[in-house]
Design a protein around this ligand. Structure first.
Ligand SMILES: Cc1ncc(COP(=O)(O)O)c(C=O)c1O
Length: 397
């Protein structure tokens, strides 16, 4: 067990935010790749990894990709998103979600988060569709921009699922496809069903800070054989012939390597253990913060099974950044939520609809150390350092 497996990290006493946990069969499987010469994009580990991830999400097909952003890009294309279409995206997510929309030539429209769990607000999604869109020539058209709204892209942020029933209901009512961005939520469940089961396709990430890692990697999962086939075609340079180098269109070199998949298989074997460790850390933090009125953890919804991938709290009295600086000075790594995307210079000028809560959550929130391998001593160090901050804050208030 290690909390210091990222190169160059972790002098003694340093508590990193969220680092990989490399154990189990990782060395054995990677060695098998090296010994067998299956190091590139073909080989048994890629197939096995696809089956393991699709199986864990209860989906029929998995298409491995080089990262989660590529998975989103290709899933959008395979779901029929065309240049100049619009995709409804939460403002409170990592920028990759919206970037993938732009890679597909489409435009994000930013929607708000709900205040309790920080997930896409289904009510504001419904309001947007009912008040701001109209049906024209069989298409759903955004009245403001005149563009076709094609897809809603709920993102299960921080390892917690979006309230999917109302999202599915309204998407069906308005003829929108759903692509789930489940990059942060492998292992999470909504009303007992794994995330990744609620739309045309879902995308996962295996980036280094995720619950499981391949070093880098992603996956599209779907029950739709045509979508899976199209995704596989696009991720492999759109090659039309098994022998001849004939390409039907401009595809992408987005395949995962066998070396990465081998690591991914070893990590998948530990999925339940890793989720258990994350949830145990969340339970310890939650219990400790019950007596700290200025800190409010993001609660787990009654219908949710969260992986607590990134343990996040709201901090009162405008103290989230001072607390972050205090923890940093004591060698405890934290991070803020993402700048809401309607404020991002990268997506300047894009439409947003009544985004208010996301801004507040961004200002107030802070993610605390929550690596799978976080030790009880490290948790205590975090909690003691936070207590000391409040004592000194009270003293100077
Ligand atoms: C919500 C979300 N979407 C997409 C991605 C992109 O995944 P990747 O970094 O593997 O490209 C990430 C994470 O990195 C993410 O957190």
């Amino acid at each position: 067990m290690s909390t210091s497996s990222e190169p160059g990290s972790a002098p003694t006493g340093f508590v990193p935010l969220c680092v990989p946990e490399i154990r189990g069969n990782a060395w054995d499987y990677v060695k098998q790749c090296l010994d067998s010469n299956w190091v590139s994009t073909a080989g048994p580990f890629v197939d096995r990894f696809e089956q393991m991830v699709a199986g864990s999400a209860g989906a029929k097909y998995g298409v491995a990709t080089v990262n989660g952003t590529a998975a989103l890009h290709v899933a959008l294309l395979a779901a029929g998103v065309r240049p100049d279409d619009e995709v409804l995206v939460p403002a409170l997510t990592f920028i990759a979600t919206a970037n993938a929309v732009r890679y597909a030539g489409a435009w994000p429209v930013f929607l708000d988060a709900e205040p309790v769990h920080g997930q896409l607000d289904p009510q504001k999604l419904t309001d947007f569709l009912e008040r701001e869109c109209t049906s024209r020539g069989g298409a759903l058209v955004n009245r403001t921009t005149g563009r076709t709204v094609r897809v809603v892209l709920p993102v299960h942020v921080l390892g917690h699922p979006v309230d999917m029933d109302p999202v599915c209901e309204v998407a069906e009512r308005f003829g929108l496809a759903i692509i789930e961005d489940a990059a942060e939520a492998l292992g999470a469940k909504y009303k007992g069903r794994p995330v990744g089961r609620f739309g045309a396709a879902a995308c996962f990430s295996f980036n280094g800070n995720k619950l499981l890692t391949c070093g880098g990697g992603g996956m599209i999962v779907t029950d739709d054989p045509r979508l899976a086939e199209r995704a596989r075609y696009l991720t492999t340079q759109a090659k039309d012939d098994p022998l001849e180098y004939v390409h039907g269109e401009v595809g992408f070199n987005y395949r995962l390597t066998s070396l990465q998949a081998a690591l991914g298989c070893a990590q998948m074997e530990l999925l339940d253990q890793f989720v258990g460790a994350k949830r145990a850390t969340a339970a310890v933090y939650d219990a400790a913060f019950r007596d700290v009125p200025m800190i409010e953890p993001f609660a787990e919804a009654p219908w949710a099974f969260s992986t607590s991938w990134m343990y996040t709290v709201r901090v009162g009295r405008d103290q989230s950044r001072p607390l972050m600086r205090h923890l940093d000075a004591h060698r405890i790594q934290t991070r803020p939520l993402w700048q809401p995307l309607h404020c991002s210079p990268a997506h300047a000028g894009r439409q947003s609809y009544r985004v208010e809560v996301a801004d507040r959550l961004y200002r107030e929130s802070l993610s605390l150390p929550c690596s799978v391998g976080l030790t009880p001593q490290q948790r205590e160090q975090v909690l003691a350092t936070i207590s000391a901050f409040w004592r000194s804050e009270r003293a100077t208030a």
